[in-house]
Design a protein around this ligand. Sequence first.
Ligand code: SF4
Ligand code: FES
Length: 236
Amino acid sequence: MVEFKINGKQVKAEKGETVLAVAIREGFAIPTLCHHDVLGADGRCRLCVVEVRRGNRKRIVTSCLYPVENSIDVFTESDDVKLVRMTVLELLLARCPFSEVIQYLAKQYGVNTVRYTKDNDKGKCILCNTCVKTCETLVGVAALGMTGKGPLKKVSTPFDEPSDVCIGCGACVVACPTGHIYMEDRDGFRTIWRKKFELARCPACGRYHAPVEQLEFISKKSGVAIDELRICQNCK
Ligand code: SF4
Ligand code: FES
């Protein structure tokens, strides 16, 4: 068992837990973008910084990666923390000026102006890699990846072409913290990552609810008959 303080409150944690996990459990709000409850942390957005003090030493660390330690003092909203978060948000806003989530967080921290040149070609993507990990680890198809280098780095399907392995499940859309990934369901078809998927219609209520390719994928993996999967969650 590890004991330390967060904002003056004495807390207990298991060895190996992160400061972020304990802070959230104890009711302290820390903003995050790239942290995912199931996939864990990569430490890419740097928004979750906190101040860790031990004696006279103090450091700014990323709380989603920082393991708890005995006798440290953690501060989630110190002046230094706020300053770092403001800088991070200003940079994120310069990269993704149209991201509503980033606009909202920037406003919360009083970031009203951006001193850097704004990008107009990055959409809302902060390169957090969550969609790539979701596709690979949670869905198990690996249709997405990071391509390019430096300012040209982006997330996409191989060669920006419709992916052979993408099943159109939309898990990446749900996982993306900034709303970058475009997906549209219309007239019985789903469009995502430049690919069009036929949607299956529930035989009971007639609602379009999932791409046929996704149901075929699940059927193959689980052994459940495709006709059973065609029935939507509401009608099961
Ligand atoms: S599309 Fe979304 S989830 Fe994927 S890397 Fe960009 S911000 Fe992260
Ligand atoms: S949430 Fe910790 S670095 Fe993004």
